[in-house]
Write a protein that binds this ligand. Structure first.
Ligand SMILES: Cc1cc2nc3c(=O)[nH]c(=O)nc-3n(C[C@H](O)[C@H](O)[C@H](O)COP(=O)(O)OP(=O)(O)OC[C@H]3O[C@@H](n4cnc5c(N)ncnc54)[C@H](O)[C@@H]3O)c2cc1C
Length: 392
């Protein structure tokens, strides 16, 4: 006992009962380590429960290191190779959880994300992991070991794993505690920003397009170095949908995005080959690949000066390269992930242990590794969590 506080001794303390923390705990527990998982939330894995529209897109069978953003694009390779989508699928099948592939290798639960949560809880229980929920750690010190203090308890262990996630969705428990701990122990933290997040349009574009909220179209969206082809959706303040969420992770304030409204189509030729070139013909061509309301609106705002070949070529160019300058993102309240975080140069890519501070590990989203949309972020959580858990 320390004063009137309950004192707990473990082999490893894991801060954060999310995807990465639970995976790490189960792997370490299986290896005979006495593990405590500590979380300030009243329930473990809240983000898992709301993920994938409640069905948890738990991995992607085509997962490659190229599907991740990081200041060091090589860092994730080792962990991703040590714990693959096939490893997680084997676990899901061991627990008889029904699942399906939705699109592009994205695997979802047939029933609900709760299946994944129960599975992780069962794995942790079988491995003897102790769970401390509603426990807010307000201070961590390192003496001969790590000492983590909560209001009514103090935890001691030679190993501390920080699995506190990113900043997105603060109302379900996201906090900056992991980044604070990294800084406290002298580790560099790269600037964070919301990722996989809807974009807010500038005032003029908002007034011109946002009454189309709910309308969606298949487009290709690009920044200077990246491009994604998928659905785009108008919202009340701007743009969302998978194509926009993907590009948002690469977008920086002040930069424009380019939208190809007709990927692979020759719009000029389609209008030009008609007997009578007219707005009605243009509407009919655009209606072949865009929803009617959007096609009409876009053409009204990009009316060709004439119907000759030169003007049609200009219209074609604009259609394939509609340039928009977003004002902002919808922020962490609406973001699925946080880009940036604990600098990977500070960590071992094999074990996620700090190079500077022995026994201190960072796993999951708190690290500067961010996946594309489509099950990649959970795969990183499982892979980094398992790599650390096996090394404890
Ligand atoms: C709406 C939404 C849907 C998503 N859908 C998908 C999807 O379908 N597929 C996919 O791959 N990814 C999805 N993601 C992303 C994915 O959920 C995260 O990347 C993943 O959960 C990160 O795992 P983590 O363990 O690092 O962090 P988290 O799962 O966020 O867990 C962090 C834990 O740490 C706890 N914590 C935070 N601060 C403290 C503190 N100070 N003290 C104690 N505990 C603390 C939190 O309460 C939480 O339990 C989604 C995200 C959101 C927001």
């Amino acid at each position: 006992m320390t004063g009137s506080l309950l004192s707990h001794k473990f082999d490893a303390l894991i801060l954060g009962a999310g995807a990465a923390g639970l995976m790490c705990a189960a792997e370490a527990g299986k290896r005979g380590r006495r593990v405590a998982v500590i979380d300030h939330a009243d329930r473990a894995g809240k983000k898992i429960l709301i993920s994938g529209g409640g069905r948890c897109n738990f991995t992607n069978i085509y997962c490659q290191p190229e599907d991740f953003l990081s200041a060091n694009p090589h860092f994730a390779k080792s962990a991703l190779a040590r714990y693959t989508p096939a490893d997680f699928i084997a676990l899901v099948e061991k627990h008889h959880i029904p699942y399906h592939e939705k699109a592009r290798g994205q695997l979802f639960c047939d029933r609900s994300a709760d299946d994944i949560m129960r599975m992780l809880a069962a794995e942790c229980q079988a491995a003897g992991v102790e769970m401390f929920l509603r426990t807010r750690i307000h201070e961590v010190q390192r003496t001969t070991e790590f000492v983590a203090r909560a209001e009514s308890a103090v935890f001691h262990a030679p190993v501390l794993v920080v699995a506190t996630g990113g900043l997105s969705i603060p109302k379900i428990g996201a906090s900056a505690f992991g980044y604070q701990l990294a800084r406290q122990f002298g580790l560099n933290v790269l600037t964070t920003r919301p990722g996989l997040v809807p974009l807010v349009l500038g005032k003029k574009d908002r007034s011109q397009y946002c009454d189309l909220a709910g309308v969606s179209a298949e487009v290709a969206v690009s920044t200077d170095h990246h491009s994604f082809q998928d659905k785009m959706l108008f919202t009340h303040r701007g743009l969302s949908g998978p194509a926009i969420l993907q590009i948002s992770s690469y977008w920086n304030e002040g930069e424009s995005i380019r939208i190809d409204l007709a990927p692979g189509r020759d719009v000029a030729a389609a209008i030009g080959e008609a007997k009578i070139r007219s707005m009605a013909r243009a509407r009919s061509v655009f209606g072949g690949f865009l929803p009617h309301r959007f096609a009409t609106r876009w053409l009204d705002l990009h009316m060709p000066a004439a119907w000759n070949n030169q003007a049609l070529a200009a219209l074609d160019r604009q259609t394939h390269e509609w340039v928009l300058l977003p004002d902002d993102t919808e922020g962490y309240e609406k973001a699925e992930v946080t880009v940036g975080g604990v600098d990977t140069n500070e960590l071992s890519s094999k074990t996620m242990e700090s190079r500077k501070v022995k026994g201190l590990f960072f796993v999951g989203e708190v690290v500067d590794v961010t996946g594309h949309l489509g099950g990649y972020n959970f795969q990183w959580a499982w892979a980094s969590g398992a790599s650390a858990g096996r090394a404890l």
